[in-house]
Design a protein around this ligand. Structure first.
Ligand SMILES: *Cc1c(COP(=O)(O)O)cnc(C)c1O
Length: 455
């Protein structure tokens, strides 16, 4: 058998997809030639039929044209799923991002004065208005916020942290490592489960620059424990003339305990306690785009702003557009909960989730597929994303009963377009409804219909 030459394959591609220039097909043609060669060597094909070649070309080109980064359907029930892109944005935030992406903007232009302006002012007033902060800086993400704050406030100096708060957020973000790369000297105090104010006080010396508290955002130490209240640390800082910083991690503006959920310290409360610097993410409980928000006393924020690292860590215009639109909703909590998907998903009433699950179950039953049976089961969701670690959100999922293995079903759904990400519990694939958008339901039903092609 003769393996077709690349230039011949390019002609064939061009016949099938004439809207592209022929030169576009060099790489996909190489891939097709490679596949044919491999299959021929393995003895899987002996003759190259036209219809086979045409299908192969279509298949290869479809994959070639599909973006790697794509939308997926989150059927895991985990609202702020780090692997699935954390916070989906509100409609308004998306619209603003599109506008700013498409056109020129006043990113660094003062429209009143007609001269160069600052990119940082766009979210300045709104953040002050919502939180009561004296000063504001936003950077690329919260890891950057922590890094630049430490580097500015305590370069080559000691930072005191409780041993119970030397957290790893995931990946390479571990407090001791960040401290090292920020050029600071970590001074651990207390033990894993107990740290007292005297532990901090006893190690303060002339080289101490900062007292740091890190929110235990993705775990909780329970039992025989003691930690220093932020107010006490603030008082100690004042007495010793040292700034106090709190890395809040998820950083939320809404008091979840009002909605019968576990208490998570709000940004407003932490600032009210008198902390000098607080840092948190834009895309965790806040429900905005990836960003790191630094709030606090003007003297410290100004220093951080002027750190040359700020240029490397700076926030981009699309993030700013999305962040400003998200923050505007927080002027009124009712609006925030109505429009910001993360808040809406966390606070969806259980009864509503049950109705959604029942709707999906019925639709799937109606397909009468193979030996599939669908049942509604109660589940427990986590918010995820390093937020509210011990909070259990009761939810509902559609469980799939079939003689097919749950691994097969899960993989099949994952390979759908758009991929549907599920979890397996007690040998059943679960489709949790908490994080489903209205437009996800027909996609899920379409995905199940495709089972007909393989069974
Ligand atoms: C998530 C988290 C970070 C890192 O924030 P990113 O926005 O992911 O960079 C830092 N500290 C704490 C406590 C966190 O929970």
């Amino acid at each position: 058998m003769r393996i077709p030459k690349v230039h011949e394959l390019k002609e064939k591609f061009f016949q099938l997809f004439p809207t592209f220039p022929i030169s576009y097909f060099t790489e996909p043609s190489r891939r097709v030639a490679q596949i044919i060669r491999e299959k021929w060597q393995k003895g899987e094909i002996k003759e190259l039929e036209d219809s086979y070649l045409e299908n192969l070309i279509k298949e290869v080109f479809k994959e070639y044209e599909t973006p790697y980064l794509k939308r997926v359907i989150n059927a895991t029930g985990i609202v702020i799923h780090t692997n699935l892109g954390r916070a989906p944005l509100s409609k308004k935030a998306i619209e603003e991002i599109v506008k700013i992406a498409k056109y020129y903007s006043n990113l660094e232009f003062d429209l009143k004065e007609g001269k160069r302006g600052s990119r940082y002012i766009h979210v300045d007033d709104i953040l002050k208005e919502i939180t009561g902060a004296e000063s504001v800086l936003v950077v690329n993400n919260n890891a950057a916020a922590v890094l630049i704050s430490l580097n500015t406030l305590a370069f080559q100096k000691e930072v005191i942290v409780s041993r119970g708060e030397l957290v790893e957020i995931g990946g390479s973000f571990r407090i001791p490592e960040v401290m090292k790369w920020a050029g600071c000297i970590l001074r651990e105090v207390g033990t894993t489960n107990k740290t007292r104010l005297s532990d901090y006080e006893n190690v303060i010396n002339e080289n101490t620059a900062l007292l740091l508290k890190v929110h235990k955002s993705n775990f909780e130490i329970v039992g025989f424990t003691e930690e220093v209240k932020i107010e006490e640390l603030v008082e100690l800082g004042k007495r010793k003339g040292l700034p106090v910083m709190k890395d809040l991690g998820s950083g939320c503006f809404v008091d979840f305990s009002k909605y019968k959920l576990k208490k998570e310290p709000t940004v407003q409360e932490v600032l009210k306690a008198g902390v000098d610097i607080v840092t948190f993410s834009g895309d965790k409980l806040l429900g905005g785009p990836q960003a790191g928000i630094i709030l606090g006393k003007k003297i410290y924020i100004e220093k951080i702003k002027n750190n040359p690292l700020n240029r490397a860590l700076r926030i981009d215009k699309l993030t700013l557009a999305g962040l400003e639109a998200t923050l505007r909703f927080y002027r009124d909590e009712v609006l925030a909960i109505e429009h910001i998907p993360v808040l809406k998903m966390i606070l969806t009433p259980k009864e509503k989730l049950r109705k959604k699950a029942n709707y999906l179950r019925k639709k799937l039953e109606q397909l009468k597929l193979f030996d599939f049976k669908f049942k509604i089961i109660e589940t427990i969701n986590k918010t995820g994303g390093g937020a509210l670690p011990t909070l259990d959100l009761p939810s509902y999922a559609v469980a799939i009963f079939s003689s097919l293995s749950p691994q097969f079903i899960q993989k099949f759904l994952r390979e759908n377009e758009p991929p549907i990400i599920t979890r397996i519990e007690e040998d059943k694939v679960l489709i949790d409804v908490r994080c489903l958008f209205d437009e996800d339901y027909p996609e899920i039903i379409r995905a199940f219909l495709k089972f007909k092609n393989v069974l």
